[in-house]
Write a protein that binds this ligand. Sequence first.
Ligand code: ADP
Length: 686
Amino acid sequence: MADSHRLMTEALHNLQVHQEELRAQNEELHEAHGHIEKVSARYRDLFEYSPVGYFIINDSFTVVDANITGMGMLSRTKGRIAGKPFLLFVDKKCRQELDGHFATVRSVGRASTELWLLPDQRPPFPVILESVRLGEGWGEGWRCLSTAMDITGRKLAELALRESETRFRAIFEQSPLAIQIVDAGSAPRLSNRSWVKLWGQVSTIPTGGKHPVLSRIGAENLLTEGLAGRSLEISAIHVAAEGERTKDRWVHGYAYPIRGQDDSIPEVVLVHEDITERKRIELALTEQTALLRRQYENLRVLSEIAALPPGPASQKLAHALDLGRRHLDLTMGMISRVEGSRFTVEHHSAAEDTALADGMVFDLASTYCALVMEQDDVVAIAHWARSPHADHPCYRTHGLESYVGAPIRVQGKVYGTVNFSSARPSQREFDDGDKEFMRLLARWIGAVLEEDAIRRDLARSNAELEQFAYIASHDLRSPLRQVSSYVSLLSRRYGDKLDADAREFIAFAHDGAVRMDQLVVDLLEFSRIGRDAKPIELVALTEVVREACANLHTGILDANGTVDIAGTLPMIKGAASDLVRLFQNLIGNAIKYRLPDRPPVVTISADTGAMSHVVTIRDNGIGIQPEYFDTIFGVFKRLHTPDKYEGTGIGLAICKKIIDQHCGRIWVESTPGDGTAFHMELPRGV
Ligand code: ADP
């Protein structure tokens, strides 16, 4: 019993110990449980509030669980997610990807796919879905944990990047500028369409550090500068015609570096623009401007030639040759007469000492003028050797390297040529403007020669006329003198034996002879005006008037007339004796054509303008009917019979001739019964 008691006690003790152990263990367990609960709660929080969405999905791809973030992503409560196929929460367009995703998880244990989740009432958004198969501890059957990370921000950035990339690529590709990106080893990396259009297909064959285009057009500095970190612009690179391209081209070149992150320069951008058209227009414009300038010069010289002062033709022609020679920048100029094969130098002008002289005769065939005669137009040779006339004998005979000549026509017939030449090539090509200049110059020379020929003809016929007038007057005057002396003799010897009628007839015959003599003398004087080379000088008109009045003294006195000078009279450039004759005729007429009841008053005045003087002689005489204002200046034009007013009708014709000689004009104003005013316009002498 005792044993059993001891055993019982022992058992009890053991039980107590065990109980105590159990309690301690229980406490420990309790503590551990509390700890686990805490940890589990923390993990739960971690799970729930993780920044990524968690979805636990079973083998039928149904959502078993989702964390709060996951629910937020889908805008749905757990109740609306759990037990539903995950497919429902994915954008339709990504469903195939999702199938693939789970298939991969199934076979490999994990997968990562980009797809779009479909939240409730909100637009889909992109996520990266990463799924791993879960172990046994996650419940029965196959399960996986899918993590969804919102990548909207990244996607937006990507999208923006792609958009800008597309935009810039479009700009790059569509740009009318040829653009190429070249790496540090001169190899082309990227070329746009315009580049290919401008330079042809980009070759992929390595060029050993040489840029295929830049080295060809001699613009490698674009690349070297770019690689050295500097931009460079070359405004016009000349690209010589080559192969299929039969025309020269011009390119505007620009290069700038692209800097890498470490400030290195891995690439250079080359920008080329084909400016051939612009350059062509620019060149054409420059050419046109030069042409215009030359045309202007041509016109200036021609107008200078046309404005050469009056003088002998030979002087004018020599002057024109001088101007033409200088204008064309050639050393010799000449006007030649061509008759058959004979070429005569008529006028010449030379910059240097030359053996050339007026009157020299050459064989036409040995001169370039033969070509002018042949073509009947301008021939221009700027550089003999380069011209189509390199085999012409003129170079061998006369050594002329440059020549420009034009045919001269006088009275419709070819007369010869005007030509300019030099033993050196011309500094420039002769253009259409120069040819036109030659044509106009030749026309002007033709007109001068024609005028000269007419003047010579006129001088000859005038000389003949003068000769005739002299002979006529001389020859006429002696029989006239004979008639009048015999008539005088008749009246002296037989006057008393004749009756009154006969004596009157004799008196008429005598008057007629005297009058005829006066006519012949006046005619002779008229034909002589301007013929004799009288000295041209500055003459004081006051003096002229005084002398004329002195010559008319008796007549003025007899008529009880006065001659006044109103104001001052100018100095006139002219022949003094002719001017005296002019005023004598006009003052004489003013006295002669007076009214019987009014003593004649003659007033002489002058008005001086910018270019000329207008001198007026006014009288208070009988006046002239307006219809005779012009006719009175003709030879033998009279308005009265000699019995009323004496005269031959030649006085005003002489006045007009003198005024013409002085390059002036004369006209009349008059009121019959009131008086007459003769006006004369004369160029200013000083
Ligand atoms: P002439 O006096 O010898 O007849 P002129 O040639 O001098 O010849 O003049 C031509 C005509 O003009 C004159 O006949 C006259 O009728 C007219 N005449 C010229 N001067 C005057 C004048 N001062 N007043 C009126 N008539 C004039």
